[in-house]
Design a protein around this ligand. Sequence first.
Ligand SMILES: Cc1cc2nc3c(=O)[nH]c(=O)nc-3n(C[C@H](O)[C@H](O)[C@H](O)COP(=O)(O)OP(=O)(O)OC[C@H]3O[C@@H](n4cnc5c(N)ncnc54)[C@H](O)[C@@H]3O)c2cc1C
Length: 418
Amino acid sequence: MGKTTRREFVRTTGAGAVGASPARGSPHVPPRMSASDGPYDVVVVGAGVFGAWTAYMLASQGRRVAILDAYGPGNARASSGGSTRAIRMGYGDQEIYTRWAMRSLGLWKSLATPAGAPPVFQQAGVLWIARGEDPLTTKTLAALHKLGVVHERLDRAELDRRWPQIAFAPEAWAILEPESGFLLAFHAVQTVVRLARAEGADYFQESVLPQNGSSRMTSVETRSGKRIAAGEFVFACGPWLPKVFPELLGDRIFPTRQEVFFFGPPSGDARFQSPAMPVWMDFGEEIYGLPDFEGRGFKVAPDRHGPAFDPDTGARIVTSETLARVREFVGRRFPALKDAPVVLGEVCQYENTSNGDFLIDRHPEQDNVWLVGGGSGHGFKHGPAVGEYVAERIAKGGPVEHRFSLATKEKIQNRAVY
Ligand SMILES: Cc1cc2nc3c(=O)[nH]c(=O)nc-3n(C[C@H](O)[C@H](O)[C@H](O)COP(=O)(O)OP(=O)(O)OC[C@H]3O[C@@H](n4cnc5c(N)ncnc54)[C@H](O)[C@@H]3O)c2cc1C
C-alpha cells in the first residue's frame, strides 16, 4: 500500500464522518510515552478488521502507532479477507452486540473512502428468516424494538409477496432490518489501514515471533530480525492468536474451516442482486447468504463450524461434499439457481472462542499487552466498536467487560453467541 494523504479521501456522509482526527488533542488523551519506552506509543500486531480499527482509533487520538502484519491488511488467509461480510443488528437477547453493531454501522457508514471507490457499506437490508416457534428470533425482535433498531416483522404471505424468487418454508416468518446490509471486507480493511497511515501510523509487513514472556513487554521481534519498541502492544492476530501465544491461547481459540460458494445467476437476472435481494440468514438451517455484488455471484455459506484449520498452511479449496449440501439447499430455497454454476469458491476460517464472545483483555502477566480477537464468525461488523473500545481502555485504563475477559474463555466449545 502506498503512503496516502487525507486529501485522497472523500466522506460518504456528513455529520460524524470519520476519516478526520476527531479526538486529536482531546483532553482525556494522555501524553505520549517517554522516549525510553520506545519510539512508538502502541504497536498493533495484525491488520485485520480488529487491528486496523484499533490502530486507526489510536492514531486519530494522536498516538504514535506502528501496524505490523505478516501477510498484509485483509490478506487472503486472514479472517477479514474476502469480498463481503454481513452487518446485522439482531443478536437474540445479547444486547451488547446489538449496541456495538449499531455503533459500528454508524462508523462504517461515515468512513471516508478513496475517491471513486464504492462505499464500504451497502444498504441491502438483512432478512432474518425464522420458522414457527423460534426463541432466538423472538428475542431478537424484542431487543430490536427495545434498542430502537428500525425493523419489520413479516409473515409468510408478505415474504412471498416481496421475494417471489425465494421459496420460503411453509411455517416461515422473518424480521427485516432495512437499514442493515453488507460491508466490502477487503476494501474496508485496506481503507481503514490507509486512514490510519494518513493519521501518522506506520505500516510494516512483518511477522512477529511467538510470545512467551512474562515481564513487561518493551518490544516485539520479527522473523526478519527487526525489533520494534513501544509502550503498549495490541495483538489482534485473529486465528493466529493460538500460534502467537501458544501457552496462553493454544487451547482457547479454535480456528475452524469454513467454505463459501458464489453462484452465478443468468446474465440480466437482477433478482439476486440488491435491491431485489437482501442479505438473508436462515438460522434453522445454519446457512446465510449475500446478494450478487459487482458480478461476483450470489454468496451462500454454511455457518456451522467446520473442522480445525491452520491459517498458514490449510488448503483453501472447497470440497464437493459441502458443495453438494449447499446446492441442495439453494435448489430448494432459490429454485431459479438450482443449476446455476459456482463462479467462485472460498475457504476462510472462523476464530472461535468457547462460546462466541470476543476476547478483549490484557495479558494476565503483562498489563501493557492486549489480546484482541475471537471474532467467532460474527466479528467483522464490530470492527469499529472493537477498535474504539480498545483505544479507550488504553487511554483511560479500567477493567474490561467481563464477557470479553480471558477468564471466561473455556477450553471446550459451547457456542452461545450467533
Ligand atoms: C467465511 C467467513 C464469513 C464471515 N462472515 C461474517 C459476516 O457476515 N459478518 C461478520 O460480522 N463477521 C463475519 N465473519 C467473521 C469476521 O470476518 C472475523 O471475525 C473478523 O474478520 C476477524 O478479524 P481479526 O482482525 O480478528 O482477524 P484477521 O482478519 O484474521 O486478522 C489477523 C491479522 O493478523 C495477522 N497476523 C497473524 N499473526 C501475525 C504475526 N505473528 N505477525 C504479524 N501479523 C500477524 C494476519 O496476517 C492477519 O492479517 C466471517 C468470517 C469468515 C471466515
